[in-house]
Design a protein around this ligand. Sequence first.
Ligand SMILES: Nc1ncnc2c1ncn2[C@@H]1O[C@H](COP(=O)(O)OP(=O)(O)OP(=O)(O)O)[C@@H](O)[C@H]1O
Length: 252
Amino acid sequence: MIIQGKDATMNNPSISVSRGPTPTIEATGLSMVVSPRRGDSLTILNDIAFTAYPGEMTGIIGPSGSGKSTLLYCLAGLEKATSGTVLLLGKDITRLGLSAMTKFRRQHLGFVFQSYNLITSMTVEQNLALPFTLRGSRFPRKTADSLLKYFGLIDQKKKSVTLLSGGEQQRVALARVLLSDVDVVFADEPTGALDQESGEKVISVLKGLANHEKKTIVLVTHSNEVAGQCDRLFAVRDGRISQSFSAKAPMA
Ligand SMILES: Nc1ncnc2c1ncn2[C@@H]1O[C@H](COP(=O)(O)OP(=O)(O)OP(=O)(O)O)[C@@H](O)[C@H]1O
């Protein structure tokens, strides 16, 4: 029996209360203030509250310069917010030191960014194998090859990633995320450098990871089509959340 409310369960332990799924990411009071010049201060993020759930693809949208990428980087622990907390898989990452954060990131997080993801001195295949080398586990070469085939990159596997286009590098990053089986994937404009067909493929892979494999996907996008595929959306304007929506029910 599922009922709402706290008091009813107090005298009857057999009644279960519906609390909904536990968020994978829960950020509160997140602010980022920088000093571009001495004496100046610029507020990039202002008291942000953000939640993302397993099984969902969550989008961050908003005008250029509104703070979307900064928010994504803070949620992923790649940048430290000035204040506020980010609970990621139950851990407050704003309190983690550099080496603990690196370890946590390797174990649980994947990134599909146009910059900051691939090791430029390595080939495509070496980049795919890197997370396994770092964890000391076996590299699933056959699965890697099938992913490279799926993304049209098999002929590039022995090439240095620096010889690939931005869109190809993005697909290598996505193949690496798929292989590594991480819990949370952060993607910054994952279709930005792609033609329509490749973009649709990438979004359908990310959406499948969320909806079928119960991973948590958080992406920044300028594309209305991509935003329309998200299960949850946060609109950022001038460093604040101006609106949020859920496909299941309207939010605040
Ligand atoms: N370290 C920093 N120092 C000074 N200004 C910064 C810093 N980081 C970001 N900014 C500024 O903060 C604002 C938000 O940047 P951010 O990259 O998060 O925006 P965005 O919404 O992702 O933009 P776009 O859609 O154009 O990529 C921008 O005006 C940017 O120039």
